[in-house]
Design a binder for this molecule. Structure first.
Ligand code: UT7
Length: 341
């Protein structure tokens, strides 16, 4: 008898966004911009900002995990592994995942950080799926969390209008059903590194009075170049994943794209022939939360997804890094009544 392949199924989801809102109207008082320009050019109306100075990325990840555990009825010590996708770890050392394991009470889990900028969550989801498929681990939490407000220059209108803070988490568990992570395709092109970066604070340019004076600890972006590359990268990755899985646009129930700019999302959707109602958007509420956009979008819209729905996730970010993931939505624990074994 043929044993069905084990896949990694999303069985729980959690999220966290800070209370404080930074609206377009508030930005009008900080830089030369307007609500109309930001809305037209990006689709963003407001973002959430973590303003408590005693908190950082790890704390948002902990709160997203707490939300996931509460919703699923699982205990923290049941988790085997944590993968934390972030570009804004609390510190360069120690790894933020270690802080999260400690603060969230994941006492049986090992954990690590993964930095692939805005594509981080998708890269991490594929790593988590591999750990589950290896059958060595039964419960892997994948988090995307970023505190972009820590690295954004609120005097630079090119970037400060775009980013926000937040965290989203999913639980992966083994499944022998048709549901789960079916395929993924990722690309990395280091030629893109110059167009979106935080130049200082790493090993090449450690913090110094000069780097501070020159504002090199903030995000720098050539928006136009990134914009074009994002549409092409996400469009091509989605097309390739669909083609090799024999999928047409009609076969996809939902598209959940990285939320960087509504015009990018619309252009990708149009290129692939997805009707707008299938493409999930929450950028108006949170802006670009880097690694957190996709899990926060899954969290926000989970009520719309039915087990077995065909979902395409796609992201593009600094590096450049980009890709697409095809999955069939899982049976969430809170819908099951009975938690899995
Ligand atoms: O998640 C990681 C990946 N990141 C992205 O995907 C971001 C990709 N890029 C973008 O989303 C867009 O390029 C931006 C939203 C950053 C900029 O939009 P754009 O349509 O590319 O505008 P632009 O940079 O070409 O600027 C057009 C005009 C310029 O004025 P002039 O030269 O035409 O007089 C800018 O100075 O708009 C001006 N401008 C602004 N005006 C009001 C730029 N930023 C602002 C602003 N408010 N905040």
């Amino acid at each position: 008898m043929n044993k069905r392949r084990i896949t990694a199924e999303i069985t729980a989801i959690g999220g966290y966004v800070p209370e404080d809102r930074l609206t377009n109207k508030m930005l009008e008082t900080m830089v030369e911009t307007s609500d109309e320009w930001i809305t037209d050019r990006t689709g963003i109306k407001e973002r959430r900002i973590l303003s408590d100075p005693t908190m950082a990325t790890s704390d948002m990840a902990v709160l997203a995990i707490a939300n996931l555990l509460k919703d699923s009825g699982l205990q923290a010590e049941e988790i085997d592994c944590l993968i934390l996708a972030t570009s804004t770890p609390d510190q360069l050392l120690a790894p933020a995942a270690s802080l999260v394991c400690e603060k969230a009470g994941l006492s049986s889990a090992w954990g690590f950080d993964l930095n692939a900028a805005c594509s981080g969550f998708l890269y991490a989801l594929s790593m988590g799926a591999s750990l589950i498929e290896s059958q060595r681990y039964k419960k892997v939490i994948v988090v995307g969390a970023d505190q972009m407000s820590a690295i954004v220059n609120y005097q630079d209108r090119n970037t400060c209008i775009l980013f926000g803070d937040g965290a989203g988490a999913v639980l992966l568990e083994p499944s022998s059903t048709e549901n789960g992570i079916k395929d993924y395709l990722f690309k990395t092109d280091g030629k893109g590194a110059a167009y979106l970066s935080v130049p200082a604070g790493g090993a090449l340019q450690p913090a110094s009075p000069e780097t501070l004076m020159e504002g090199k600890h903030f995000v720098h972006q050539d928006g136009k170049t990134v914009f074009k590359a994002a549409i092409k990268g996400m469009g091509n990755a989605c097309q390739e994943v669909m083609t090799r899985n024999g999928l047409m646009s009609d076969d996809i129930d939902w598209v959940v794209p990285h939320q960087a700019n509504l015009r990018i999302i619309n252009a990708v959707g149009k290129r692939l022939n997805f009707p707008p109602e299938k493409v999930k958007v929450n950028i108006q509420r949170y802006g670009n939360t880097t690694a957190a956009t996709i899990p926060l979008c899954l969290w926000d819209y989970q009520a719309d997804f039915k087990p077995g729905d065909d979902i395409l996730l796609t992201a593009f970010g600094a590096g450049f890094t980009w890709g697409a993931t095809y999955l069939k939505w899982g049976n969430l624990r809170h819908n099951n009544g009975q938690p899995k074994g």
